[in-house]
Design a protein around this ligand. Structure first.
Ligand code: 6GU
Length: 239
């Protein structure tokens, strides 16, 4: 996979050079390049924003530098990912979808957003996805691009040593993950649940499933399947 990130804060993307992306790069799975949008400005102040038509607070990113950047990088065969709090929600399912793409180009928005015509014009040439990482507001899309990149890259075939560990994670089966324990068996007066020491694999599987259902119902009722009923302590899953 090739990933290009266009931003006015290239230093913000420095963590991409660290373990995860570096590991993927070493394995030949990933080529990441970070670009400074201001390199596509032509005025002395390297202006990337201007006041919004129609009035209102904040600044809007000008179309010209974005247009030139996307022309130079080329969008052929790429999915353009625009990070914005008004985008579609980023989920594990969307990470899986993006992991199938040959090339992602991230456009990190700042201020109040990018002139809409940049996206409209790019859509005539390639797939464009406006994506949000959650219902809160960040100052810019850089952290979102980092989060999306990390979620996608670890799904690339050949990245994970043990792909089975992927299948058991939170969100892969629509449930949050069950609680986990390691040695010692007793620590500061807290014991590992005995079933995990029983060697009874069917019982362990059933316990973990119940814990996952309970957690999901308690913490994320929006994720819980209607067949999951939580009535204080009684947890039932029909499946
Ligand atoms: Cl993608 N960008 C910004 N600026 N804020 C966000 C976001 C993205 N996702 C959640 N909040």
């Amino acid at each position: 996979m090739q990933i290009d990130v266009v931003t006015i804060f290239p230093d913000y993307l420095a963590p991409l050079e660290l373990s995860l992306a570096g590991k993927a790069r070493d394995k030949g799975l990933l080529d990441i390049r970070v670009h400074d949008l201001r390199g596509w400005t032509h005025d002395r102040h390297r202006t990337v924003d201007d006041t919004p038509y129609g009035g209102g607070a904040g600044m809007v990113m000008k179309p010209e530098p974005w247009g030139e950047a996307l022309d130079d990088l080329g969008l052929d065969g790429a999915t353009l990912v625009v990070t914005t709090p008004s985008g579609e929600p980023f989920t594990q399912a969307l990470a899986r979808e993006l992991a199938t793409r040959e090339r992602l180009v991230f456009a990190c928005g700042r201020y109040e957003g990018i002139d809409q015509r940049v996206l409209d014009e790019a859509r005539t040439r390639t797939e464009v996805r406006e994506i949000s990482i959650g219902d809160y507001v960040l100052n810019g899309g850089e952290v979102a691009a980092l989060a999306i990149t990390e979620a996608v890259v670890r799904l690339l075939p050949g990245f994970m040593g043990n792909p089975e560990s992927l299948a058991e994670e939170s969100h892969e089966d629509g449930l949050l993950e069950y609680p986990v324990y390691t040695k010692p068996v007793s620590w500061r007066g807290h014991d590992v649940p005995p079933v995990l020491l029983s060697g009874d694999h069917a019982a362990i599987r059933a316990w973990r499933h119940e814990q996952a259902v309970r957690r999901t119902a308690e913490r994320r009722p929006d994720l819980a399947h209607p067949s999951v009923l939580l009535d204080d302590v009684e947890v039932r899953l029909v499946q």
